[in-house]
Structures are given as C-alpha cells and as structure tokens.
Design a protein around this ligand. Structure first.
Ligand code: SAH
Length: 366
C-alpha cells in the first residue's frame, strides 16, 4: 500500500479489471470497481466524498491517495461543417489533438494514442512531428471523457476511431485498456462495432489483439505492392504485405465481424493508376474487405498532390466492379486542419524518434 508522499493514483488509468484488482489489493470487494466507474463516467462525480455508496473509510482513503484527473482542453476550433478539433494538453509542453465529426445519425470521435508518431509515413503530417511518448490510459479515455463533457447531453459520441495521432498498436496495453473501458456498460457502453482501431500494420500486435479486445479493424494500406508500400509506409519493410494480409484474414475470421476496412490515400501519379486498382483487387481477393479511399489532405511542405476527382472515381469504379464495397471518405474539418493526416499537436523532444525506428528495425523480418 502506498505512503502519503507518493503521487496520487489517477483512477482514469484503470479499466474495470484493473480497478477491481486495485480494490482487492486494499482488502475491498471487487464490485467497488463498477460503483466507481458509474460515479466517474455516468454520474460525472469526481469528488470521492460524494460517492455515497462507498464506506466512509474508503472515501477518506481515496481522497487521500487517489485522483480522477482528465487531460485539459487548451483550444477548441469548430469548422464550417461542425467538425470540432480540440488541442489537449499532455504536460511538458506536449499537445495532442482529438476531433469530433458529427453526422446525421452518429457522432464520431477520432482519438490519439501517442504524442507524435515514430512511423514516418511520408504523406502524413503527424510523422513530420517525430515521436515523444505513449499516452497513458487516462490520457486516451480522457479524450473521450472531456469531449463528451464539452459536447453535452444533446450530442452523444456514438463511435470512436483510433485514427488520431500515433500508431495505436505500438501502445498496445494502454490502448487495449482504454478501448475496453469505452465499451464497458458502466462507462460509455459503446458497442464493439462502433470502436475501430486503425493500424499501419504492426503484424505481431494485430495477431494478439482479438484475444484481449474484439474491436473493428482498419488497416492503412495505401499501396498494393511492397516496393511502393516500403516507401510510403516504412513499417512495411519490417512486416511486408504477405504477412500483413495473413494477419488481416486471421483477424476477420476470428470474429463475427465480416470485414477489415482498408484505408487507401489517393496520391496523384503515385498509387492511383488503373494498374494500381487492379493490383489492389488481386491483393485483397481472399480477404473480407471494404475499402475507404481517402483523398490526400495536403499540409505545409508535403510533396504529394491529391488525385483528381475523376481519377478517384475511376479507381473506385474498378474496385467496385471487382466486387469490393468501396467508399470515398468525405473530407471533414479541413478548414481547421482537422482532416486525416493533418493532426500535428505539439511534440517536444523528438529525439526518441530515431531510437524507436531502430527498435522497430529497418530490415525485413523474414
Ligand atoms: N497510425 C495509424 C493511425 C492513424 S490513422 C494508422 O496508420 O492507421 C490516420 C489515417 O489517415 C491513416 O489511414 C493515415 O494513413 C491517413 N492519413 C495520414 N496522412 C494523411 C493525409 N495527409 N491525407 C489523407 N490521409 C492521411
């Protein structure tokens, strides 16, 4: 048990199981976990003294040793289409961004998993920021917690996509705990179909995910051959397409969900030819797939251009005729730089980027 001088324990860092273990370790019953989750996430109470179904001594203990501390919103920007971007403070000058995308029947929150990103995808502005650190569970679930508070009762967050800054599968444990929390009946109760993890293709982590957290999977594909994908999404050098496709098939076959969503950014003259579309069809022929074409969103100093509308439509038609459901992502919030690949936040001390890249290795793992 901790001494009073120790840092208070932030209870937003625990999912239900973690919280139950925490209470059991102090001699309390595990059901305290659900009581606490309800107070925090459903009753919006953060003052332990007001948690009337806990014993007086437990309330005193929690007040002395624990906190419920969510990250703070620094800036809020609302785009002309209603998309809202929040810049969220993560300490030591680091900032991340989360984005709310309202639609008629749903409201989607795009959540960040890391401060910056170590993956260096050439078309993504987050990559240009470098990498600082993983976000904690409290900082990930906290994005949902503060966003829902800001939006109020009338605008519910119905969907979460782990498509903000960072590579979620390189922050596996914290992202899994945070996603399990989002789906918990005593917190936000989101269904597993409404929580989507997007990955650039960290194959070993994809293989581990289903057993611990059964969410929908999106894969940032962007190229149908290894030579081009090695360049656009450098982690492909470590986990090439053959391994990636095997992991995708496996994930889709494990659950009742019927498909993996493949994201494909449309880069003029790079990956948007008729030949590329046919190669994509061939690559995905045995995978239960949907494709989401993302018009490239430019950012300062980016060297790519977005494919023209007719080229995107030609690409879509080839895929569609080939039997794959294909949609073109509507660009939302681009007037406030809130669109895909435009999230930059503020990353202090990027020196760890190279270290991380070395750890990931640059040669192909056979
Ligand atoms: N690292 C994860 C999560 C980020 S998701 C992943 O790669 O999946 C962000 C999505 O936006 C990814 O599909 C990414 O490839 C795409 N993206 C990045 N930069 C973009 C840009 N400039 N224009 C359009 N889409 C972009």
């Amino acid at each position: 048990m901790q001494t009073p001088e120790q840092e208070p324990v932030n209870l937003l860092n625990f999912d239900r199981k973690g919280l139950a273990d925490f209470f059991v370790a102090m001699g309390e019953k595990p059901f305290r976990a659900t009581q606490l989750l309800k107070w925090i996430y459903q009753e919006d109470v953060t003052d332990f003294a007001q948690m009337t179904n806990l014993s007086k001594s437990l309330r005193t203990y929690l007040t002395e040793h624990c906190t419920i501390t969510a990250p703070e919103i620094l800036i809020e920007q609302v785009a002309s289409d209603g998309t809202t971007k929040w810049v969220v403070e993560m300490g030591l000058g680091n900032r991340i961004e989360s984005v709310f995308i309202p639609e008629e029947k749903r409201g989607t929150l795009c959540v960040s998993s890391q401060i910056g990103c170590a993956l260096a995808c050439t078309f993504c502005s987050t990559a240009q920021q470098g990498f600082n650190r993983n976000l904690s569970v409290a900082e990930i679930i906290g994005q949902l917690y503060v966003a829902q508070k800001r939006l109020g009762e009338n605008r519910r967050i119905t969907n979460v996509v782990m498509m903000g800054m960072g590579e979620p599968l390189l922050n596996f444990d914290n992202v899994v705990a945070a996603m399990n929390l989002m789906m918990d009946d005593f917190t936000f109760g989101l269904s597993k179909r409404r929580v989507t993890l997007s990955t650039s293709g960290v194959v070993p982590a994809m293989n581990r995910l289903h057993a611990v957290c059964d969410v929908s999977m999106a894969v940032s594909l962007h190229a149908a051959n290894d030579a081009l994908r090695d360049e656009l999404v450098p982690i492909n050098q470590k986990y090439p397409l053959e391994q990636l496709m095997a992991a995708c098939k496996d994930y889709a076959n494990k659950g009742p969900r019927k498909h993996i969503t493949f994201e494909y950014v449309m880069l003029a003259g790079i990956n948007d030819s008729v030949h590329d579309a046919r190669a994509l069809l061939k690559l995905l022929k045995d995978v239960p797939a949907k494709i989401n074409l993302i018009p490239f969103n430019p950012f300062p100093d980016s060297s790519y251009l977005c494919s023209s509308r007719p080229v995107i439509i030609r690409f879509k038609d080839i895929l569609y005729k080939g039997g794959i459901i294909t949609t073109i992502r509507k660009t939302r919030g681009d007037d406030i730089d809130a669109a895909c690949g435009q999230l930059v936040g503020k990353v202090k001390d990027k020196s760890r980027r190279h270290l991380k890249l070395q750890q990931m290795g640059s040669s192909r793992a056979g």
